[in-house]
Design a protein around this ligand. Structure first.
Ligand SMILES: CC(C)(COP(=O)(O)OP(=O)(O)OC[C@H]1O[C@@H](n2cnc3c(N)ncnc32)[C@H](O)[C@@H]1OP(=O)(O)O)[C@@H](O)C(=O)NCCC(=O)NCCS
Length: 160
């Protein structure tokens, strides 16, 4: 089974106003950062193409959430804001498969030219996952996560 096939063992749903609470609950259970109501509104706005929740039967077990941002007047970049997989479901390729889905969806949009994300400086596992998918660290931003210590982040970028 390839990495992208692993999602076939689960139910994948695009994110909308009905299941945004599932995505929010996953993020709040796993991530050290609390995202605002506005961020979740943006996720719903782009959710039909760029955010997914994964269910094992009816239990939400993983999610990825993105938004489109202007790169310049003519093109967009996709910001992968959150990627979470519950502990019991890790190391099976689910995180990798979700990022691949996002990259595929981005490729289908001619004006989306880049994907990027910010990763907490201590999150070496996530940096490794993204580097394996062709992302490169382009910069380091000190004090990016104001409520965390350490608080710096790496910016990882990939052309799509
Ligand atoms: C980062 C995160 C999303 C990765 O999810 P995941 O589903 O475990 O990711 P993958 O399974 O695709 O890859 C993780 C590892 O499993 C390995 N793997 C993938 N498929 C595998 C399989 N079938 N069997 C065994 N190992 C496998 C990968 O090679 C990778 O190895 P590594 O530890 O050497 O890098 C998850 O750990 C998580 O939710 N972390 C907390 C939140 C977070 O940090 N999010 C990212 C920043 S927003």
């Amino acid at each position: 089974m390839t990495n992208s096939d692993i999602l076939d063992s689960f139910t994948l749903k695009t994110t909308n106003s009905k299941n945004i609470a599932d995505l929010k609950a996953l993020n709040e259970a796993v991530l050290p950062v609390v995202y605002s109501k506005r961020v979740y509104e943006q996720i719903v706005y782009f959710g039909d193409r760029f955010s997914f929740v994964v269910y094992d039967n009816n239990k939400p077990i993983a999610a990825v959430a993105c938004r489109l941002e202007d790169k310049d007047l003519a093109t967009y970049k996709i910001n992968i804001m959150t990627l979470v997989v519950l502990d019991d479901y890790r190391q099976k390729g689910i995180g990798t498969a979700l990022v691949k889905r996002i990259l595929r969806a981005a490729k289908e949009q001619p004006r989306v030219v880049e994907a990027y994300l910010n990763v907490l400086e201590t999150n070496t596992g996530a940096v490794k996952l993204y580097e394996r998918l062709g992302f490169s660290v382009t910069s380091f931003i000190p004090n990016y996560y104001q409520k965390l210590e350490p608080s710096g982040c790496y910016v990882l970028v990939k052309k799509v």
